[in-house]
Design a protein around this ligand. Sequence first.
Ligand code: AMP
Length: 583
Amino acid sequence: MKYSELVMVFEQLESTSKRLTKTHYIADLLKKIPTENLPMIIYMLQGRLFPPTDERTLGVADKTAKKAIEIATGLPEKKVISEWKKLGDLGKVAEVLVKEKKQRTLFSHTLTVKKVFDNLRKLVEITGAGSVDRKLKLIAELLTSAKPKEAKFIIKTALEQLRFGVGEGVVRDAIVWAYFSKEIELKYDEKKHDISYNENYKKYVKAVESTYDLMNDYAGVAKKAKEKGLKGLQKTGITLGQPIRAMLALKEDTVKDCFKRVGSPAAIEYKYDGFRMIINKDGSDIKIFTRRLDNVTKQFPEVVKAIRAHVSARQCILDAEAVGFDPKTKEYKPFQNISQRIKRKYDIAMLSKKLPVELHIFDILFYKGENLLEAPFKKRRQILEKIVSSKKWSIQLAKQIVTSNEKKASEFYSKALELGHEGVMFKNLASPYQPGSRVGHMIKFKPVMEPLDLVIVAAEWGTGKRSGWLTSYVLACLDPKSGKFLTVGKASTGLKEKEEQGLSFKAMTKILRSLVRAEHGRKVDVHPQIVIEIAFNEIQKSPTYKSGYALRFPRITKIRDDRGPNECATLADVKRMYEQQKK
Ligand code: AMP
């Protein structure tokens, strides 16, 4: 497939903000393309070159992209920089300058999607001495053959700045429209941007979505939908050793509402304040994944050891919360104290002694070759009770009671808070395990006006004794419809001036510095990657911020290393909290 054909779709996507129209364009494309091109195209539409579980980045600096434009167009650096200043975007610079060059030389080669994809993917593997030059060569080679529009998208992809507002929901629907249009009797009215379908639609959407929750890669899901149809999707099982999306929780504000939601009697468990671990055991082979699906096995040797010693099943997948504690005082530590262990690459043995975690297991998804996703929670818990032998400060079953009594539930909740836990979880005894969705089988109950997890999108350099640090952070929530981050406020309190006191301005500056996207005087825009937890007193309506809301007295309480930007609070969450507080 020619790259120019894909570029045409990129342009269509850029030309509209309407979700349905975007879905239509993508579905049309999916219908046409050969299966072997599917993965590349699905990734590129989402602005990446790898599946979401693969964290590798291309590591192309603006400087490298600029130089590649110079080489490919034969224009002097001065000219490229002056265009860059004028246009503010290297993608556009490439487009304009390649156009100028074409008028001079009329040289062009046909680029295929595969060639572009292969060259850009190779960038990841290049490290060490001479890597900048080799990266340059790969990008310049593509630009030399590219037409102006192609050049723009090549540069944007290389810089990882390709954004079409194509969220997971759009890809999911596009797969349904592309491969099941007959079954759902899809009719799309391009003029009115309107669609209609029959009652089968939900079934197909659910099948695609559930398959994604198990496979974590829309490229694989699309291939399956195309080749194996609905039955193939529905037959997708768990693969031991593969990451799987954790089931998410909803929230209620009273014990009564919790019971209403999950039914009674309900299982009620302590809500531990640590981070989620999905643990795969296959004989002595143990793998630990976070809820972002990162493999953190190496970072937690004490967990691997505990699972080997205290879980009798040969094969299983467990869902658990790891909570840090002080080995001397035996006090639980808040999440931020152990968050450093997630990314740690050295001194692991030392850290696992200094800041160990205790594992609280609360669910099981796979046991003895059997998929337990559809088994009722009560049965899953019984299996857990059989196979886990608890050992304090190492591995335990989540503390649980089963009751219909509101008073007992409230007492259990008070006890949980007294012991320093976050609150409790209410669980429906008959419910299946639904990876990756908030479906109401599991309800969290904790003190109201909970903090929000927000993403930093910009920052400002401090003054006076805080100069040299980025000290004020612009926060944003996610609008899942557009995939955009919408600002909700600015926080500059909560961080420490001295590093030994906790999360410091200096540490935050170091993190954000590597994410700077653009600079405007004392302000910088950063790639939306860092999620922080923000406590605040109130939400107000506000014209100042893009979300339409502003947080009053926001304070940074911790950095959420375990969360990706797509897992931060959504616009709907902010709205819901605003409405709740009005009540
Ligand atoms: P939240 O992160 O506030 O949406 O709350 C849900 C999280 O609570 C889950 O993702 C788990 O990491 C954590 N958690 C702690 N204890 C439990 C428990 N007993 N059952 C389920 N989740 C728990």
